[in-house]
Write a protein that binds this ligand. Structure first.
Ligand code: M6R
Length: 364
């Protein structure tokens, strides 16, 4: 049941810390600070190229994985939504491997991608939440997310659990390919082990996010911006808002603004920016300042060090815990999901059963 929560989605949002802890505990050793992956169907050190495919939010978790795996393991990754991948007839690398991501393990397009990949000689690993699913059974190997049943149609805890698994895979691949030292592995593992408590801290900011939602709920169009591994999280914010509040939203790579979308900016369009301090901060902040100069209403998520610079032009600045760049996609996913949730509640939509959507899309 829903317990004391109004919706399954709200309950599932509050399960983030527990689910992240349960999932990370499967694949990280807190004593040695090492990643412990189950037996993989391929040797990451020998694979020339990796394909990642999935649908919807699961694809966006895979898209973050692409940033991590390329950065930490220096392994080239091709990431595409399964509905495109399956008809694209892509040339597959000899000895190549693939990762499929799915909560249900039953999504029709992802299953079709699985069969195509296997027919093309690729070794397929699936990241799934349902151990007895078709995808887990038909793949060459499976790594489980430990999210428990997810009832709300909008994916929340399953998404962050997928990110947690992708992060562990990226570290493990980095080690296997000798791109990461033991020290790097320890540092990244330590950062992941802190994620569950940081997720709990973010959930305590619920009231602030609800205030932001009151503004966003009045909009007809909303833009989400992010850079690097936060770009897929901007897309996730837009997907979630569309899915449950029916407000039109788009996610963009912050640097793409001036190539088109900035034309949309006026005082009626909230621009929600995922903008932690770090190497990309100045660039994103200057993209935001340009939008503000055109009357855009900037609403930014950042950390303590980002509050003062962004407050010079942003209408709302929400401070999240200061974490290393590696963990930001997992943590910044939570406030964008919470925001969508509160906007939907304010709009009075059917949060757990949005119109026209099914939890598991088993037809093409
Ligand atoms: O079961 P799957 O993870 O394969 O489902 C994929 C998508 O249908 C799913 O993530 C969908 O985009 C969610 N409703 C998004 O919140």
């Amino acid at each position: 049941g829903k317990g004391n929560y109004r919706h399954f989605m709200e309950k599932e949002l509050h399960e983030h810390p527990a689910v992240l802890g349960d999932t990370l505990r499967q694949y990280l050793d807190p004593k040695t600070l090492e990643v412990r992956l189950p037996r993989l169907p391929f040797d990451p050190a020998r694979v020339p190229r990796l394909t990642i495919s999935a649908c919807g939010s699961a694809f966006l978790a895979g898209a973050v994985g692409r940033y991590w795996i390329e950065e930490l393991a220096r392994l080239p990754v091709d990431a595409d939504v399964a509905s495109e991948f399956r008809y694209r007839d892509p040339p597959l690398a000899e000895g190549g491997a693939a990762i499929l991501v799915s909560q249900s393990g039953e999504t029709a397009d992802t299953m079709a991608a699985l069969r195509l990949l296997k027919a093309g000689g690729q070794k397929v690993l699936s990241v799934v939440n349902v151990p007895e699913s078709s995808m887990a059974r038909e793949s060459d190997g499976a790594v489980l997310t430990v999210a428990g049943p997810e009832i709300g149609v909008a994916s929340t805890k399953a998404f962050t659990a997928q990110l947690a698994v992708m992060a562990c895979l990226a570290i493990g691949f980095g080690r296997a390919r000798r791109e990461l030292s033991t020290l790097d592995e320890g540092r990244l593992t330590q950062a992941l082990l802190e994620v569950p408590s940081q997720a709990a801290q973010i959930l305590e900011q619920d009231a602030q996010i609800r205030d932001l939602a009151a503004e966003v709920a009045k909009a007809r169009d909303v833009l989400f911006l992010g850079r690097g591994s936060l770009y897929p999280i901007a897309l996730e914010g837009a997907l979630k808002l569309k899915e449950i509040s029916y407000i039109h939203a788009e996610g963009y790579a912050a640097g793409e603004m001036k190539h088109g979308p900035i034309a949309l900016i006026d005082s009626a369009v909230p621009v929600i920016a995922l903008c932690p301090t770090g190497p990309l901060f100045e660039k994103t902040a200057s993209n935001l300042q340009e939008a503000a100069a055109r009357g855009g209403r900037i609403m930014a998520f950042t950390d303590a060090d980002g509050v003062a610079p962004l407050s010079r032009f942003a209408e709302h600045v929400i401070e999240l815990p200061k974490v290393g760049a590696f963990s930001t996609p997992i943590l910044y996913a939570i406030p964008v999901q919470l925001l969508a949730y509160h906007v939907a509640v304010l709009k009075g939509t059917d949060v757990d059963q949005p119109r026209n959507l099914a939890k598991s899309v088993t037809v093409e």
